[in-house]
Design a protein around this ligand. Structure first.
Ligand SMILES: Nc1nc2c(ncn2[C@@H]2O[C@H](COP(=O)(O)OP(=O)(O)OP(=O)(O)O)[C@@H](O)[C@H]2O)c(=O)[nH]1
Ligand SMILES: [Mg+2]
Length: 427
């Protein structure tokens, strides 16, 4: 799973990226932690508690282990995650983030990083546009002073959101226009179906599916009057088609950043086709750093934190942290990890499942408890999950066994959030 961070200069993309990917060293044991400078791993808490909670309950009820002691640093967790971590049965799973710089006017015409920039976007499963909700910068990112009025901030915000949409629209319109005559010829042979197939083929690199193209084509048609035949379409008609296709292919979620200095009610009436979340990326970054230094105990996503080492704090540090505590509680959290969580689990509709080799003890071949947590589309079929674990497991799939119910399940069994599955395969 890969989420791209995009936005005009100086809005806080890199701050958001650093904050979201800064994990305490003991959980950052991800093999790809530094793949490229702008690619990192954010650890997101699974929504359902780790199944190691079920194991603990069983063992406790059978009197085989003691209840959790107060000094247990893992607060009861028994699993052995290969990546991420688990404390108090809060299992952290990896999600890739990419800091994509280079949104400039005219990217679709090759300005700035041009097509390389757009190709970076196309490689992501979802996009988060970081915007300056405080209106302190213009479209090129030049500072315009703090303390902007709500009207000015809103006007800049709308302009900013439109700007990315228009660049993407122009790029897609370009891809469609490139072979338009070829597409139109298919209409003569196959009717409208041929045109839809052409659009789908032109845009497969962007993750288009025939279904998403067909439905955005319907929405486009419903909006147009006297459409006429495609060989007569003006470039504005193709642009409108591109816009419909873009909203289907690239829902854009918005991190309304710098919310700490934004005028009140700035987000009222702002329309988007994805999630809109107030964010304070620099607050999140400061808190994660303080947590890494073991000055505070902070769980990303929460609206407060505890001081753990007050005597180590200087007076200015104490003051700054108290100020951030206030901001956190008045905004209901910094928004950073809440937005990633919402995009991953709600917008992209993913779940976390746990493949194991031993359906009784929920271990792998080496006896490790629940070592793997896979982030997969909700309802994924057992056999497809097997392919994600290993292609041999998919090819040789015989049956699965649900770890909780011990029921045998077939290749088409649909997985739910928090499921534990043993896969039997021919070797
Ligand atoms: N007040 C406030 N400032 C922020 C916040 N997040 C980032 N900033 C500041 O915004 C400025 C730009 O942040 P960057 O993260 O470098 O922005 P960017 O979008 O990566 O900029 P480019 O890489 O130039 O495109 C820095 O001075 C940050 O400290 C926030 O939540 N609140
Ligand atoms: Mg940057």
């Amino acid at each position: 799973m890969k989420i791209g961070l995009v936005g005009k200069p100086n809005v806080g993309k890199s701050t958001f990226f650093s904050a979201a990917t800064l994990a305490k060293v003991d959980i950052a044991n991800y093999p790809f932690c530094t793949i490229e400078p702008n690619v990192g791993v954010a650890f997101v808490a699974a929504r359902i508690q780790c199944p190691c909670k079920d194991i603990r309950q069983r063992l406790e009820s059978e009197g085989r282990i003691e209840p959790v002691s107060v000094d247990d640093s893992r607060q009861g967790s028994l699993c052995e995650p290969r990546t991420g971590s688990c404390v108090a049965h809060r299992r952290l799973v990896p999600c890739f983030l990419v800091d994509i710089a280079g949104l400039v006017p005219g990217a679709s015409e090759g300005r700035g990083r041009g097509n390389a920039f757009l190709a970076d976007l196309a490689n992501c499963d979802a996009l988060i546009q970081v915007v300056d909700a405080a209106g302190t910068t213009d479209l090129e990112g030049n500072p315009q002073g703090a303390n902007q009025t709500k009207e000015v901030a809103q006007q800049r915000l709308v302009e900013e959101i439109d700007f990315l949409g228009k660049e993407l629209d122009a790029w897609i319109a370009g891809l469609l226009s490139d072979g338009w005559t070829r597409g139109v010829r298919r209409v003569q042979a196959e009717g409208e179906k041929g045109l839809v197939a052409y659009i789908h083929e032109q845009l497969t690199g962007l993750g288009s599916t025939s279904q998403s193209i067909a439905s955005s084509f319907e929405a486009f048609k419903a909006e147009q009057e006297n459409l006429g035949s495609p060989w007569d379409w003006e470039s504005s008609t193709i642009a409108s088609l591109a816009c419909h296709v873009r909203t289907a292919l690239f829902p854009i979620h918005i991190a309304a950043n710098k919310f700490d200095i934004a005028p009140s009610e700035v987000l009222h009436g702002i329309a988007t086709n994805g999630t809109l979340m107030p964010c304070m990326a620099d607050v999140e970054l400061a808190l994660r750093r303080a947590a890494s230094a073991e000055l505070i105990a902070y769980i990303p996503g929460q609206d407060s934190f505890d001081f753990v080492n007050e005597s180590a704090l200087t007076e200015p540090q104490m003051k700054a942290l108290n100020h951030m505590l206030e901001r956190l509680s008045s905004n209901g959290g910094s928004g950073v990890s809440t937005l990633i969580d919402t995009v991953l689990f709600d917008e992209l509709d993913h779940i976390v499942v746990y493949p194991v080799q031993d359906e009784t003890h929920w271990t792998d071949g080496d006896g490790k408890v629940l070592p793997d947590a896979f982030v997969v589309p909700s309802g994924i079929q057992a056999k497809l999950l097997a392919y994600k674990v290993h292609s041999d497991l998919g090819d040789g799939f015989i049956r699965g066994v649900d770890g909780r119910t011990r029921r045998v399940v077939g290749a088409e069994h649909e997985m739910s959030d928090g499921d534990v599955l043993k896969i039997h395969a021919k070797s």
